[in-house]
Design a protein around this ligand. Structure first.
Ligand code: HEM
Length: 483
């Protein structure tokens, strides 16, 4: 299996021809090249990169030799619309940002608050919407529903206020739309030759113009959230954030942060607080929505798995009364749902919400596979291909089998993160993993207890070649309510 490397234009013609099925193409390419492949772009285009799904390389770059691998200067420039968000910074700023995020997400009150925010969005957003569409028998795009669901829920956790983008008339939300424009623009920057998008940015043309506009929208809307929050805190009287205090929202926690511990973070600067809002919403919105969408599609194809999840729910959980007081639901209840957890992991193995990881060596190096990598060269890890490699997951790698995650004792089987990379590995692993899993389990339990989802037959299901693995055409479904 070969892509021709032409003089001057490199492998560009072959890659362009396969662009429409880039994920499956990457599976074939890496399977037939012993898990690592050197891609060559046109001369001086800056598009050369090493693609690897070799677990030994992944472990080496993301964990054991982490200090020699970072995002690299080009990654930061491509993502400049999001400025200094956590996943776009390196060195001291990243370390400080990460430490604060850990303190906040590990706050003892956080799991309860996050599950209660999810349940309240179910009650006030998803349930009325599903009931309406069930009654009318109308078709609904489930991916759009999940994107709005995660956007609203995360905004409540981040800022304390609900943008209510999930409602029957599906209103357009300016912030949400700007995020989608910005993410779309980043994708174009990744696939276009560098000089071309830089020229377009300089001239303020096309998608680059939209990115500049998105940037202005972020400034304007975040400034509103921040000034309202400062005022709220001023009225309550200032105190530093402590672990005993009730968790309110991320913004409050950052404004009250004890900055003697994190000198580099300027919490009195609105620009930093804007980076905080964007960091969490970009990290959490489409990732969780993508995971839920592929999961519900896989469930529609695998009724036996649905039956097993339902059995597990019936055995371990009482009827989900989402109207009940927030204090009466214990989030650790969700940990009993081992089969549901396995099914979610299995879905993310095959459809990882973040389909590519990027890294770049600070100094030249040799990877465990023997490949030499230059300083500042580009390395990508295609996660969709990693989950489907027979050499990594066995002959049945492409099959959806939640059972592969269950150990002989019935507990969740541990797979190393350099093999199951959906939440990344090493010091830069996802900080929202527990939050995302709790949200997804809460949503799934409630939907499977109360509704049947029917995926419309004959629609084309394919991944959009983007930063997140969303479905290109959405997921059209109808809903019926259980009686
Ligand atoms: C199913 C849902 C999710 C998946 C699959 C996922 C996956 C990932 C991945 C692959 C990374 C590494 C990105 C990179 O550096 O290239 C990451 C980082 C991160 N994620 Fe998640 N994520 C999910 C949900 C969330 C949520 C809900 C939050 C919180 C709002 C969150 C917060 C973060 C943060 C703060 C980082 C940056 C960590 C750092 O750079 O040190 N994630 N996530």
């Amino acid at each position: 299996f070969i892509v021709t490397n032409w003089p001057l234009i490199g492998m560009l013609p072959g890659l362009l021809m396969e662009m429409h099925r880039i994920y499956d193409f990457a599976v074939e390419l890496l399977e037939s090249s012993n898990l690592t492949f050197q891609l060559k772009g046109p001369l001086l285009s800056g598009m050369d990169m090493l693609a690897t799904v070799d677990p030994a390389n992944i472990h080496y770059m993301l964990s054991s030799n982490f200090s020699n691998y970072n995002k690299g200067p080009e990654f930061k420039e491509i993502f400049d619309v999001f400025k200094d968000v956590i996943f776009n910074v390196d060195a001291e700023l990243w370390e400080n940002f990460r430490k604060t995020a850990q303190v906040i997400l590990n706050h003892q009150g956080f799991p309860r608050l996050s599950v209660s925010a999810t349940r309240s969005k179910l009650k006030n957003g998803l349930v009325p919407l599903f009931d309406h569409f069930a009654k009318e028998g109308k078709i609904l795009d489930l991916q759009d529903v999940f994107r709005r669901f995660t956007f609203d829920t995360l905004m409540v956790l981040i800022t304390g206020s609900d943008p209510t983008s999930l409602s029957i008339d599906m209103p357009e939300n300016e912030f949400d739309k700007a995020l989608t424009e910005a993410i779309g623009g980043i994708l174009y920057r990744k696939i276009k030759p560098r000089f071309l998008w830089r020229l377009q940015r300089w001239m303020g043309l096309g998608i680059e113009k939209k990115m500049l506009e998105a940037n202005d929208i972020f400034y304007r809307l975040c400034a509103k959230y921040i000034s309202a929050k400062r005022e709220e805190i001023r009225l309550q009287g200032i105190s530093h954030h402590s672990t005993n205090e009730e968790f309110k929202d991320f913004l409050t926690s950052y404004i009250k942060l004890d900055t003697t511990k994190y000198e580099i973070l300027n919490t009195s600067d609105d620009l930093f607080l804007k980076d905080v809002i964007l960091s969490y919403i970009v990290a959490g919105r489409d990732t969780t929505a993508s995971a839920l969408t592929w999961f519900f599609w896989l469930l529609s194809e695998n009724p036996k798995v649905v039956a097993k999840i339902q059995q597990e729910i019936n055995k371990n959980m009482q009827e989900s009364e989402i109207g009940q007081e927030k204090s009466s639901f214990d989030p650790t209840e969700l940990n009993k749902l081992v089969y549901l957890h396995s099914a979610l992991y299995e879905s993310m193995r095959l459809y990882p919400p973040v389909p590519f990881e990027h890294t770049s060596p600070v100094k030249e190096d040799v990877l465990p596979s023997g490949h030499k990598v230059d300083a500042n060269s580009k390395i990508i890890i295609p996660l969709y291909a990693l989950g489907r490699m027979k050499a990594v997951w066995g002959e049945d790698a492409s099959e959806f089998k939640p059972e592969r995650w269950i150990s002989n004792t019935g507990s969740l089987r541990h797979e190393p993160s350099f093999k199951f990379l959906a939440f990344n590995a090493g010091p830069r692993s996802c900080l929202g993993k527990q939050l995302a899993l709790n949200m997804m389990k809460t949503v799934t339990v409630h939907i499977l207890q109360n509704y049947d989802i029917h995926v419309i037959k004959g629609q084309k299901i394919e991944p959009f070649p983007g930063l997140m693995l969303l479905m290109k055409h959405g997921l059209s479904v109808t809903i019926t309510k259980r009686v």
